[in-house]
Design a protein around this ligand. Structure first.
Ligand SMILES: Nc1ncnc2c1ncn2[C@@H]1O[C@H](COP(=O)(O)OP(=O)(O)OP(=O)(O)O)[C@@H](O)[C@H]1O
Length: 537
């Protein structure tokens, strides 16, 4: 089928009947927007009998919030709250709670909790340099296998740490996020369960399909085959390490002969930013982007590359630059992005010393609903326990009992908040720790005005007026563990994702030297992609 390539493709997409549609577009060309517009159009034209008949699926919590916020802008409020917007873990949680018994899974078993997983992983010896074991776990758990088959595959892999982790996990009677997805996907292979969901949802919308595993795609197809709109960009596939299979996923979608819609102008970024993004796109072998409204951007739009003596000098300059950004426009959104959070340490410290407020996307955040729940239950929890650990356990128990058991995303937010409280309990009592928590902005607004610190992976689908991409040194970008083959190609895509978050201005930094340990100060090589970017300035 020939792709629709004209400018108004997005409008045509919104109006199409229920059918499989594949929207392909580079960063910032309006894929998420197009999905939200399609949902609005289906509701307004009564093409679906009720908003709840639309299932909008995304990859991460932030991607879910992003799509929810677009729906908020477009849909009348009554309809917006009834469109089912969830991520794959949310969908799997719902399936397990409702139908787990069908495949012999305990539907009331505890949902995955980040905090306890971190401890179980550490107990098994999984950590920073155990990529092969992680890979074995991902491979075993992103297939339609039961628990015995997973264990057998792990044993056959020869990765002892993976086997140990799995054993410890099961002894603790826990499941992890990959298990939850696997259970959800297995449930949808049951014709009775699949039929229920197919009848419940008339249309499925999926964002960021390049990050899907084949298991996740199978879930989508079980529910929405023949009436799914997929949106994605192969050049932004950065979750290969977590089981995503972009080319296999796109092949499988195309096998169903969807109508292809291509969007090729950027509504997000200024011409100078696009020039830098296009340098990376050329290296990736993808088509260059054009700016939708090149004359609408002011003279302050530009790209800078800056090299510093060391990370302290870099942090000092960054603090000054961000201060200026926020002084120029108090409503501006500033994203400081790194490949890994370790590279952000000096910057976070300098911001703290300078008293500059920021949202650290690495730190668990407390969404308003969870903050309210915790505060409401605090007096009872304080009375229930004799020390802070017991009090926190009581608090978590009380809050959990007041949330719907199948609301996996909110239960997850609660786990994140409780884990953050647990981390800080050694330094202050529970009530003081909770009082010091900065509430997150509403979950409908993933990026609020001000400064944000995040990794490229967390930045997926988001945008900032000003973007700083920090750490263009070999070893940081690309990461020292990913220097060849597909892993290296994925590193370039991560850089491309970070650069393409910026709207008006974009700054890349690198340092000449870095403290590798408290005593080892060593020279750094510029990232292999630094010179490429220099050409765009
Ligand atoms: N047709 C349009 N007219 C004006 N602005 C638009 C249009 N489509 C999208 N936008 C704006 O452009 C920006 C990028 O859109 P969107 O996030 O939907 O792109 P995307 O293709 O999903 O990006 P990414 O691949 O990075 O997730 C947003 O600020 C959005 O509001």
């Amino acid at each position: 089928m020939s792709p629709l390539t004209e400018q108004r493709a997005a409008d045509r997409l919104a109006a199409m009947d229920a059918q499989d549609i594949l929207v392909l577009a580079p960063a910032g060309c309006g894929k998420t927007q197009a999905l939200a517009q399609r949902a609005a159009r289906l509701i307004n034209d009564h093409a679906v009998i009720a908003p709840r008949k639309i299932l909008a699926l995304t990859f991460s919590n932030k991607a879910r919030d992003n799509l929810a916020s677009r729906l908020t802008e477009i849909l009348p409020s009554a309809a917006r709250t009834r469109v089912t917007v969830t991520n794959f873990h949310g969908l799997a949680g719902r399936l397990v709670r409702a139908h787990g018994a069908v495949i012999g899974i305990d539907p009331v078993q505890p949902f995955p909790e980040r905090g306890s997983h971190r401890r179980l992983r550490a107990a098994a010896g999984l950590g920073y340099r155990t990529a092969a074991a992680e890979r074995a776990l991902t491979l075993a758990k992103t297939r339609l296998q039961d628990d015995d088959e997973v264990m057998a595959q792990l044993a056959a892999s020869g990765e002892d740490l993976a086997v140990t982790y799995e054993r410890i996990l099961r002894e603790a009677q826990q499941i992890d996020y990959d298990d939850l997805l696997r259970y959800g996907a297995r449930l949808l292979t049951d014709p009775r369960v699949a039929r229920l969901y197919r009848e419940h949802f008339a249309v499925v919308l999926v964002d960021e399909v390049q990050d899907l595993s084949l298991l996740q795609l199978g879930m989508v197809q079980a529910i929405g085959a023949g009436r799914t709109t997929y949106a994605g960009d192969p050049a932004q596939g950065i979750y290969g390490f977590a089981g995503a299979r972009p080319s296999a996923v796109f092949d499988a979608i195309r096998a169903a002969d969807p109508t292809e819609v291509r969007l090729d102008v950027s509504y997000r970024s200024s011409p100078p930013v696009l020039q830098a993004v296009n340098q990376l796109a050329a290296e990736l072998g993808t088509t260059p982007l054009h700016c939708a409204n090149p004359d609408n951007w002011g003279d302050d739009c530009k790209v800078d590359l800056r090299a510093f003596e060391d990370t302290a000098a870099e942090a000092e300059a960054l603090v000054a630059a961000v201060r200026q950004d926020l002084a120029d426009d108090a409503h501006c959104t500033v994203g400081v992005m790194t490949r890994s959070f370790r590279r952000m340490t000096d910057i976070a410290r300098a911001l703290d010393l300078a008293g500059l407020d920021y949202q650290d996307w690495y730190q668990p955040t407390v969404v308003p609903q969870i903050a309210e729940l915790l505060h409401r239950n605090l007096p009872e929890a304080l009375a229930a326990g004799s020390d802070r650990v017991e009090q926190l356990a009581a608090l978590e128990r009380l809050c959990r009992s007041q949330l719907p058991p199948d609301d996996a995303p909110t239960l997850d937010e609660l786990s994140i908040a409780c884990e953050a409280l647990r981390d800080r309990l050694t330094t202050s009592p529970l009530q003081q720790t909770l009082a010091a928590f900065r509430p997150h902005t509403t979950s409908d607004a993933p990026v609020s005005p001000g400064l944000h610190l995040l990794t490229g992976h967390a930045g997926k689908g988001q945008e900032f007026d000003v973007g700083y991409v920090i750490g263009l040194e070999e070893g940081s970008i690309p990461d020292f563990r990913s220097t060849q083959g597909e892993a290296l190609a994925e590193e370039l895509r991560v850089l491309h994702v970070m650069a393409s978050r910026a709207r008006r201005r974009l700054v890349f930094t690198r340092v000449e030297n870095r403290w590798r340990t408290p005593r080892w100060y060593a020279a750094e090589q510029p990232s292999r992609w630094w010179h490429l970017l220099e050409r765009s300035v």
